[in-house]
Design a protein around this ligand. Structure first.
Ligand code: G3I
Length: 408
């Protein structure tokens, strides 16, 4: 009943009420309501207290004791001691993001976590969220029909849990990194819908409660407008594969947040308009969707107009959807100079500014060290150094710019 006056108008979709053990504990409760902040990560998970999700995307009510609130305003002793190379102890992206109740995340690999202590330490120190760069994609989790392999993905989720990080799920339905069997068996429309449903069910059941949101469909829109018709999913099922995927995902897990994720809509333009029309149509017709992921894979030369980009993102928020920036990186065209590195820093600050202006609740980078990024190989060596730490895990000017923008 304490929460009732704070409730949103819509009825709770998931109602797991907190239950303080004694009446006295009410007196010390600090209640904090965050709307559309996606701050699930700061839920302390104390026994006797639970989280209430009021149904609208990313709207949560957080409740914890005054004592817990004070403790969190500082930081844990273990974190205080750990400053990495060239880092000031106590100043991490994670702490700056925590203070804003934002998620700051990075794409990563369980193999590198296991192999390179500095990789794992930097990831856990700097980020409160992670996403699998590859190991949750269909080719890896269902290499043969009906045989799921969650080994690497499980190790990644365990690492996140050990380090109190949230996990974004990436991705259920995509035209790339599908296992061969899934795209070449010549399935009929009905069979393909069954394959998709079984894949989504299998993955969501496995990660239920441990992955807080999923990129249900990735990159279904074509660069030139309309659907990406070369996608095996489009070819097997037709354009309604996208909404079918969202419906299967909601059936499989009523609680997890469901995102559409794409690139090329980071600035106002035809692809962003197309995506806007698609998700508005989904909402009008009751297709379950909670959020949109803007990837933000752009080179440093792409200066973004802060207010125009924020307005572009905000219109999605105004539909009641959560927005995450999901795959940020910023390659620099070679030859790379210090001037270009400074330009990269200010463009990164600009992107954080767009996110903050538009109420984006998660900022996820597609990697964090220049030692490991898809950019150099994808651009055939034309671009490099796209991330916040250099290849020796030293923070770059870009890191400082992002930290300052978050801390300001
Ligand atoms: O798994 C094989 C391994 O067995 C083999 O030895 C090795 C040799 O090259 O290749 C490995 O597969 C590579 C895989 O990444 C895992 O490392 C593929 O060749 C490579 O193409 C694949 O690239 C990934 C790419 O998606 C696939 O399209 C990138 O790492 C990953 O960063 C990238 O991520 C995508 C997002 O999921 C969606 N948005 C765009 C983004 C960038 O393309």
């Amino acid at each position: 009943c304490l929460l009732m006056p704070l409730s949103c108008t819509s009825p709770p979709r998931t109602s797991r009420f907190f239950s303080p053990k004694t009446p006295e504990s009410f007196a010390s409760l600090m209640i904090r309501v965050r709307r559309c902040g996606g701050g699930l990560h700061d839920w302390p998970g104390k026994p006797g207290f639970e989280l209430e999700n009021h149904g609208a995307a990313d709207e949560y009510v957080h409740v914890w004791t005054r004592a817990e609130g004070k403790k969190r305003a500082g930081c844990r002793p273990a974190e205080k001691k750990r400053g990495g190379k060239g880092m000031i102890a106590d100043q991490t992206l994670r702490m700056a993001a925590d203070r804003r109740n934002l998620l700051v995340g990075a794409a990563c690999s369980p193999h590198l976590i296991a192999r390179e202590p500095e990789y794992a330490q930097t990831l856990a120190r700097e980020f409160n969220c992670l996403v699998a760069e590859n190991c949750m994609k269909a080719a890896y989790v269902q290499p043969e029909r009906g045989r799921f392999d969650f080994g690497p993905a499980d190790r990644l989720v365990a690492f996140a849990e050990e380090n109190r990080m949230r996990v974004r799920g990436h991705t259920l339905v995509w035209h790339n990194q599908m296992p061969e069997w899934m795209k070449t068996a010549g399935f009929s429309r009905e069979e393909a819908l069954g394959v998709m449903r079984d894949h989504i069910r299998g993955v969501l059941a496995h990660f239920k409660g441990r992955v807080f949101c999923w990129d249900v469909v990735n990159e279904a829109l074509a660069d030139g407008g309309g659907w990406r018709m070369k996608s095996p999913w489009f070819q097997m099922i037709g354009p309604d594969y996208v909404e079918a995927a969202f419906r299967f995902a909601r059936e499989a897990d009523p609680d997890v947040l469901l995102f559409y994720n794409d690139y090329g809509m980071d600035q106002p333009g035809s692809k962003a308009d197309e995506c806007y029309r698609m998700v508005r149509d989904f909402l009008d017709r009751g297709v379950p969707i909670d959020g949109v992921g803007f990837q933000y894979h752009l080179g440093v030369e792409n200066h973004l107009d802060r207010s125009a980009c924020a307005a572009n993102v905000r219109r999605f928020r105004e539909l009641g959807l959560a927005v995450h920036f999901t795959e940020m990186d910023m390659g620099i065209r070679k030859p790379i100079t210090d001037e270009l590195r400074s330009q990269q820093a200010s463009e990164y600050a600009n992107r954080v500014g767009i996110a903050l202006d538009a109420g984006v609740s998660a900022l996820v980078f597609w990697g964090f060290t220049d030692k490991y990024s898809w950019v150099p190989s994808f651009t055939k060596g034309e671009y490099d150094e796209p991330l916040l730490f250099d290849s020796s895990y030293r923070p770059k000017p870009a890191w400082k710019a992002v930290f300052d923008a978050l801390a300001s």
